[in-house]
Design a protein around this ligand. Sequence first.
Ligand SMILES: Cc1cc2nc3c(=O)[nH]c(=O)nc-3n(C[C@H](O)[C@H](O)[C@H](O)COP(=O)(O)O)c2cc1C
Length: 388
Amino acid sequence: MKKQLLVLLTAIFIGFGVNAQVKTTETTVLVLIHSQNGGTYKMAKAIAEGIQDYPNSKAILKRVPSINSKEKLNADVEKLPVATIEELVNYDGIAFGSPVHFANISAEMNSFFSQSIPLWTSRALEGKPATVFMSAGSGAGKEAAILSFWNILASHGMIIVPTGIMGTATLDKTVPQGNTPFGATSLAGSTGTRPSPSELNLAKEQGKALARAASGLKNTESAKILKTTSVESKVGFDINKTLKDNNITLPEAPKPVGNYVPFTISDHKVYINQVALKDGKILNPGKIGATVTDEQAKEATYQTMLNVIAVLKEACGGDLNKVKQCVQLTGYFNTTPEYTQHAAIMNSASNLTALVFGEKGKHARATIGAFSLPINSAVEIQAVFEIE
Ligand SMILES: Cc1cc2nc3c(=O)[nH]c(=O)nc-3n(C[C@H](O)[C@H](O)[C@H](O)COP(=O)(O)O)c2cc1C
């Protein structure tokens, strides 16, 4: 398909699927929490502080989605960005925080991980450093709760960073504290003034330890993402089940608005081009780096890729299991001239592709900055898939 775009080539990145992760010198660590009353959130801030204390390390604080629309969250927690399961692959390390609920992790955190089957079967988190911290009431069952969280992380093959006796030298031993050798906790029900300075210090040390592990391991990570597993090859990879397990609903395939077709098929290759249309309107239109934020651009890119997959489904006669490979994705982004984060934004399309198609989602990729895009879309994706 011919494109008449005045293209400013500001960044081109070619890689394979989610292996096309941006590798900067900075270590990026996610602090992902569930917190109802804010106790875990306070601990998370100390963890983030510890991460940022480690040279060249950045902490990003997010929460898991609520599973109950009536859940009343602490106001500060409510404001946190909500993480998606597929974005976990993007970080160099992850600190997980949850309240202790009945000597276990919270239902919300558990529900979040119940969506991680595709990451598990594709071994996408294997070798990634992780640590666990918690907020408890009396502290009853706090260690069991951390260890039950460890079971999930071990299932994903993550490298678990424990705390040992970090921070105990300065621990105020005149009152009960939430220290454990597995991870920091806070006894929030103890005095009403928790987390205590000692508990915050433990959390800070823990954050620093995770950042150290993440920094050391990050350049060894790229080789292992998305390998085919025996699980996947034995039981088969059903794309419809993957979509359902991840609550991904494909939109109706957008209709052409000119003298062209939504896709062509030539020699078992399907060619598709889409912009960020959602319910007949462009999602987050405008220029990235000026009127569109990176988060909005990622959302628009995700939507564009959903549209691509919806069209692909039509091309496959309704059965996405006919897809043999995502061959190539090209992302065009309407950006300011100095903008450079194209690859990071395109990851939301690449990660979705990897999540939906597993091993078949591995693709070559290019990202390109443009002065403008049709109907003021912030993004356009050209996709080539091979089908049966
Ligand atoms: C359903 C439920 C179960 C709980 N179970 C425990 C428990 O087993 N042990 C404990 O020490 N605290 C328990 N708590 C108290 C919470 O762990 C405590 O209030 C925690 O600080 C909440 O964290 P948040 O402020 O981040 O929401 C429970 C609270 C709830 C709501």
